[in-house]
Write a protein of this length. Sequence first.
Length: 168
Amino acid sequence: MPPTVSLQRCPDYDPQRLDNALGALLDPLGGLGEFVSAGQRVILKPNLIAACRPEEAATTHPALLEALARQVQSLGATPLVGDSPAWGGPVSVAAASGVTEVCERLGIEFVCFDQHTRLESRHRRVSSHFHCDPRLLEADVVINVAKLKSHQQLGFTGAIKNLYGCLS
């Protein structure tokens, strides 16, 4: 069976519209409950590339992150928000982007991906390693909340490049 791709338009960041859009987006995949269960620790990995305000449309909008975190909480799971921005410190980037305010309002932890665990990758022809924050490996679920935008060097990267922020 081919993978399912789900897209959903949302005209603005109104909380009710975001909730409805998230539901419509996830329904074809079985709903959020297909991926998240009560008691799990769920890392929400936004795109917090740099200290940009939400209006600049460079980072994951805090209203979307809040709507998703509330839905994770409603399933009885514990959301955490984490990233390792390319430019600037994680704490200042989270504050500028509005993520700190969301975390404080919902009582969820912001995790700076600044710890190192060496992971080995062995391929028939290539042996390499990289460093990942161990809290990602300890989480039950990681949800990539990428920002749909263009990229200066590559044109478009989708959700893959956002995972680069998981590397410490």
